[in-house]
Design a binder for this molecule. Structure first.
Ligand code: SAM
Length: 247
């Protein structure tokens, strides 16, 4: 997969997101990450990329033309169709399902705004969708783009050493064959078994895979019910899940 980042700070995203799994995805040839700076495509001595907003008010707005020329260069760099996403607090909330959807694309372009944002005409003409990473306002789209790059890259086949681990993560419908509720992950433990802070639940040491799977499912259900009741509707749970939750 190829991801292009259009930003006034194009290296920032690779620096923030380019470690660990994402870095490995790059080394394994699964992900090509490239940054593009609209300033390189701006005209004039000052290479201006922003201007004052019509109608007055504070702040600056990113100009249409430097971004348009940059996006044309990005599109021309690879013949595959580019899905262009504008990182925006006004976008649809980014979630795990969207990360999976994006990870299936051959190309993704993430447009990062700064200042008050981007001239609306550029967004209407060039952007396929807007995504938000939460109901708060960042000073630029770079951190949001880094979040998307990380969440998407770890889903690329071969990026994680154990593909199972992504399938068992929180919010993964695949845990339930794709049909059930989105659940939070179960708790995890590692060595030592006995510690001053507590003992590992005995079922995890039993070697009984069916019992372990049952315990994990129950923990996931309980956690989700306690921490994110908005994700679970007991009335629509499968019978087996409802029993586990009520036990
Ligand atoms: N005036 C804009 C508004 O209130 O909707 C906010 C502009 S913000 C200061 C500058 C840039 O940061 C935005 O253009 C966007 O690219 C990015 N940004 C800020 N918050 C974000 C969020 N929650 N999710 C994704 N991108 C965000």
């Amino acid at each position: 997969m190829r991801i292009d980042i259009v930003s006034l700070f194009p290296d920032f995203v690779a620096q923030v997101a380019g470690h660990g799994v994402v870095g490995r995805a790059g080394e394994r040839g699964l992900l090509a990450l490239q940054g593009w700076n609209p300033r390189d495509h701006a005209e004039g001595n000052y290479r201006r990329v922003d201007d004052r907003p019509f109608g007055g008010g504070p702040g600056m707005v990113m100009l249409v033309d430097p971004l348009r020329t940059t996006l044309a260069a990005v599109r021309a760099a690879d013949p595959r169709p580019a899905h262009v996403v504008y990182m925006s607090p006004q976008g649809r909330p980014f979630d795990q399902a969207k990360a999976r959807e994006l990870a299936a694309l051959p190309r993704l372009v993430l447009l990062c705004g700064r200042y008050e944002g981007v001239d609306e005409r550029l967004l209407a003409a060039e952007v396929d969708e807007e995504l938000s990473i939460g109901d708060y306002v960042l000073s630029g789209g770079e951190l949001a783009a880094a979040v998307v790059v990380d969440a998407v890259a770890r889903l690329l086949p071969g990026a994680l050493n154990d593909a199972e681990s992504a399938a068992q993560d929180s919010f993964e419908p695949s845990v339930d064959g794709g049909d059930g509720p989105l659940l939070l992950d179960c708790p995890h433990y590692t060595r030592p078994v006995e510690h001053a802070l507590g003992t590992v639940p005995p079922v995890l040491l039993s070697g009984n895979h069916a019992l372990i799977a049952r315990w994990r499912r129950q923990q996931s259900l309980l956690r989700t019910w306690q921490r994110r009741p908005d994700l679970i509707d007991p009335a629509t749970l499968a019978k087996a899940d409802r029993r586990l939750l009520e036990e």
